[in-house]
Design a protein around this ligand. Structure first.
Ligand SMILES: [Zn+2]
Length: 61
């Protein structure tokens, strides 16, 4: 089965869908370790935790 769209989406629809995709990707995740906002599926920039363990050693002052 080929993934061929039945009707081609207009430029407006494509643009609208992509803005929604952006908006859905953006909601911030909260780090379970330090409860700071971080990007989802990214290592926390403030404590270096990801998936329950330290992935990146962050500087401690
Ligand atoms: Zn953190």
């Amino acid at each position: 089965m080929a993934a061929v769209p039945k009707s081609r989406k207009s430029h407006r629809e494509v643009r609208l869908r992509r803005t929604q995709w952006r908006a859905q990707m953006m909601p911030a995740a909260v780090c379970p370790q330090c409860h700071e906002f971080r990007l989802p599926h990214r290592v926390c920039p403030s404590c270096g935790y990801y998936n329950g363990m330290v992935v990146v050693q962050t500087e401690k002052k």
